[in-house]
Design a binder for this molecule. Structure first.
Ligand SMILES: [Zn+2]
Length: 439
């Protein structure tokens, strides 16, 4: 007994300390960001003085602070929930409950029920924050375009699609964990990666259309411009689509999805409304830059590598009793209740809960790589289209999305996947003033 107690206690302590450090760093960064935004609220930064009005600058400041405040509340609440699931015994309780409900002899059903029950409870816990975010914060700043009916419809559809895809996948993984012996994690990795690649094809073609309408791009002038750009860049996409993003939100975006033959370009209708034709071309050139500089391939390769390392670690952890005990769970004993229920679902859930607490400390690294990619994509766009058009588009998007122009530098280092607008524009060598129409 003593042998397993001390590594378990150590596990609890390390986890507790990491969670505390996590909270302190996040609170500190958010309060720095709030202070930086508040400090600059009184005046538009000089380089943007000619393009951004004081009113929209202050709206961006207020929106940024409102989101950060909600984030802080969510952070404290999320930490309490995490402790509730782990050290305070929530997961242990749920597992015991389901062991009793299913009785002996359900080595696959009980673990599957545990995963589903966990997902449902966690989803319910997160609902109030989602509602508040959409109907209070986004609403107050005029971004929300959803009715409660549409929101509920999305929730139902999302849950059904998630269940239809997630439950069979979870069952397959649980089965692999039991049936393929000590190398289960390698099999699971192969299946999971195959699934991720498959989703990149299935999602844009079958799932996204459940939530939005996609229409072929009809604007002939823009189509000609975009087709010309893609030919210049040697990029073949299956289609150009406009998505009715305005049904849900006033935020604007453009993206590529899929790969291989399923590649498509999607513009939010909100983007096309806000930007001129040359500006849309420049934004698209930036996105093409991500493909041409192999950022997408690198991101997928990194996901493959991290997943493999994570699953190998999990493969080892599943066999350590301190991993369960130290995180507040009593592992199922062989022949418990007369049946042999494996611990796979418990291990998966614990791992999923605990890993973000530790991987958070790597976020400055991934954010830095991402910002480097953004600069590279900007440079590509400046070659293939116009740097000035891209700079103008950036300013418009910052203004319309009410993004702050005065972030805290340390907050940027930790979290920003995109460099601040002023840095991007300066790096491209573009001017900060808008060019006159037709110039
Ligand atoms: Zn980008």
């Amino acid at each position: 007994m003593n042998d397993s107690l001390s590594p378990a206690l150590l596990t609890s302590l390390v986890f507790g300390a990491a969670l505390l450090a996590n909270l302190l760093v996040k609170f500190w960064l958010a309060s720095r960001q709030i202070r930086a935004v508040a400090r600059h609220r009184g005046a538009v930064p000089t380089e943007f003085a000619q393009t951004i009005t004081l009113a929209s600058h202050q709206r961006a400041a207020d929106y940024t602070v409102a989101k950060l405040r909600l984030g802080l509340l969510e952070l404290a609440f999320g930490a309490a929930v995490l402790l509730g699931w782990t050290l305070m015994g929530g997961l242990d309780w749920l597992n015991a409950l389901l062991l009793q409900a299913f009785g002996p002899g359900h080595p696959l059903l009980q673990p599957l029920a545990l995963l589903v029950a966990f997902a449902v409870i966690n989803g319910l816990i997160d609902l109030p924050f989602g509602l508040y975010q959409t109907f209070v914060v986004e609403q107050r700043f005029g971004f929300n375009k959803m009715s409660l009916g549409l929101w509920l419809g999305d929730l139902v559809k999302g849950t059904l699609v998630g269940a239809a895809i997630g439950i069979p996948l979870a069952a397959l993984v649980l089965w692999l964990m039991g049936a393929t012996g000590r190398w289960w994690w390698l099999w699971t990795w192969a299946v999971w990666m195959g699934f991720s690649l498959l989703m990149m094809v299935i999602y844009p073609m079958f799932i996204a259309p459940l939530f939005n309408k996609f229409q072929p791009l009809a604007d002939e002038a823009l189509k000609e411009r975009v087709t010309g750009l893609m030919a210049r860049c040697g990029f073949a996409a299956k289609g150009l689509f406009v998505m009715d993003g305005s049904r849900r939100s006033a935020h604007a975006n453009a993206y590529f999805t899929g790969f291989g033959a399923a590649k498509r370009v999607v513009f939010f209708d909100t983007l096309l409304k806000q930007l001129s034709v040359p500006e849309v071309e420049a934004v698209l050139a930036h996105e093409l830059g991500h493909f041409k500089r192999r950022h997408i391939a690198k991101r997928i390769a990194a996901m493959f590598g991290f997943s493999l390392a994570g699953l190998a670690l999990l493969g080892w952890l599943t066999q350590q009793s301190w991993f369960y005990v130290g995180l507040g769970v009593t592992p199922n004993l062989p022949a418990q209740l007369g049946g042999d229920v494996p611990n796979h679902a418990l291990a998966l859930l614990l791992f999923m809960l605990v890993v973000p607490v530790f991987s958070f400390f790597l976020s400055p690294l991934s954010a830095m790589l991402s910002r480097r990619h953004e600069f590279e994509a900007d440079a590509y766009a400046a070659q293939q289209a116009s740097a000035q058009d891209l700079a103008n588009a950036l300013v418009k998007l910052y203004k319309d999305n009410a993004s702050t122009l005065t972030p805290d530098p340390l907050y940027v280092r930790f979290y920003y996947s995109h460099p601040p607008a002023s840095e991007r524009i300066a790096r491209m060598g573009a001017r900060f003033e808008p060019v006159a129409a037709g110039a």
